[in-house]
Design a protein around this ligand. Structure first.
Ligand code: AMP
Length: 395
């Protein structure tokens, strides 16, 4: 079975065509600058990247271009669209309505629309992608896979905020959590690799990329996670602040005569290690700068690691123990210095890092020593494959 996985943003569209038997991507690509001018980057498996500069005035044209690239005589990977058996869509926010993936129907689209308020930058874009695919390929079954769904198992003590209950009643303000597809995929792999029994397992997944979140997974279910109502809460990220004293918002607004929108832009786009260092949101640039003596860059790196270690400690408390800790995503998979720094706080758990294993990149690796009390792992995430699996399972 061939599944097209679509991750649609407001001006971009990422895709992979995945063969569900081999679980390999036959082609991957990205439409950029949709609605501006447009560019399609398409890479067939084992082939060279092709850049197609045709205009992409809207998402329907972008999908048409993707389908044309997939069936192209030279760089295509299928001979006709009939070979696409299903489409899996990443949807960011499913609110409390969706605790698992669903086959897309008119009712499902309406229910996703009702979650737009909770993710105004993401859900409308996801819906545009869904509607574009439906109009171009009306007969092909489609599935929505939600970033929030995996976290719907969290208990009340983890998802309620300390604010008047009416805000939960009226607007459903609560912790939802994100990166659920990745946390689910990686925690399952961690359980398999370490030979744990799912029904008796305690795993902490650190998804550390440009966006970063951490999840406590007990007996295969998410019981707490660091992102909240929105992806701004929790860890320090590339450009996002993560947790802070909410009174800081008022303080800056008064001092600098700024609106709430200005402040939200600062917290989402100008904070994190980027704002702290004044250098970059990319940890490779931070490392270079701190090696050259830039103290702010060195501080940003240390504060980031310290926050990750504090969250791990709080989730050990939440689960009354931990069997395995897994690092994933761009930074989690690649930055051995970050992993070493985080683990340096965790000696009290009986964790010991194997430096040689910690230096390995790009593949599933146990990076703790044989006698470490808690296993520490690097597990490359694969959200597209997880979406393809969910899609196949549902149709
Ligand atoms: P993601 O959002 O998962 O694509 O992760 C992107 C982030 O991963 C980048 O901004 C970097 O901070 C980090 N990253 C990627 N590769 C490396 C690397 N080789 N060393 C350190 N950090 C990396």
């Amino acid at each position: 079975m061939k599944v097209l996985v679509v991750n649609c943003g407001s001006s971009s569209l990422k895709y992979q065509l995945i063969d569900s038997e081999s679980e390999q991507a036959l082609a991957v690509g990205l439409c950029e600058r949709i609605g501006i001018d447009g560019r399609l980057n398409h890479t067939p498996a084992g082939g060279e990247k092709v850049v197609i500069d045709d205009p992409l005035p809207n998402h329907e044209v972008a999908i048409q271009s993707v389908l044309a690239a997939l069936t192209d005589k030279q760089h295509g990977v299928i001979s006709s669209l009939e070979e696409i058996n299903a489409i899996g869509h990443r949807v960011v926010h499913g609110g409390e309505k969706f605790a698992s993936s669903v086959v897309i129907t008119d009712e499902v689209i309406k229910a996703i629309e009702e979650c737009n308020d909770l993710a105004p930058l993401h859900n409308p874009a996801n819906l545009i992608g869904i509607n574009a695919c439906r109009s171009i390929m009306p007969g092909v079954p489609m599935v929505a896979v939600f970033d929030t769904a995996f976290h719907q198992t969290m208990p009340k003590e983890a998802y309620l905020y300390g604010i008047p209950h009416e805000y939960y009643d009226n607007y459903k303000i609560r912790r939802y959590g994100f990166h659920g597809t990745s946390h689910s995929f990686v925690s399952k792999r961690a359980i398999d690799i370490t030979g744990l029994e799912e029904k008796n397992s305690k795993v902490i997944v650190c998804h550390l990329g440009n966006g970063a979140s951490i999840t406590a997974v007990k007996n295969g279910e998410s019981v707490d996670t660091s992102m909240g109502l929105t992806p701004l809460e929790g860890l320090i990220m590339g450009t996002r602040s993560g947790d802070l004293d909410p009174a800081i918002l008022e303080f800056i607004a008064h001092k600098e005569n700024k609106s709430i929108d200005d402040i939200m832009t600062i917290l989402n786009k100008k904070s994190g290690v980027y704002g702290m260092s004044g250098v970059s949101s990319d940890f490779r640039d931070l490392e270079k700068a701190s090696n050259e003596g830039n103290e702010r860059a060195a501080d940003a790196f240390r504060v980031f690691c310290y926050r990750v270690a504090k969250y791990i400690g709080s989730y050990v408390a939440a689960m009354n123990g931990v069997d395995a800790i897994a690092f994933t995503a761009g930074l989690g998979e690649n930055d051995k210095n970050m992993r070493r720094n985080v683990c340096s706080y965790l000696g009290y758990l009986g964790i010991a890092l194997d430096e040689e294993q910690n230096a390995i990149r790009g593949k599933e690796t146990v990076i703790s020593t044989k006698d470490s009390k808690v296993k520490v792992l690097v597990i490359p995430t694969n959200e597209e494959l997880a979406i393809a699996r969910e899609t196949v399972a549902l149709i």
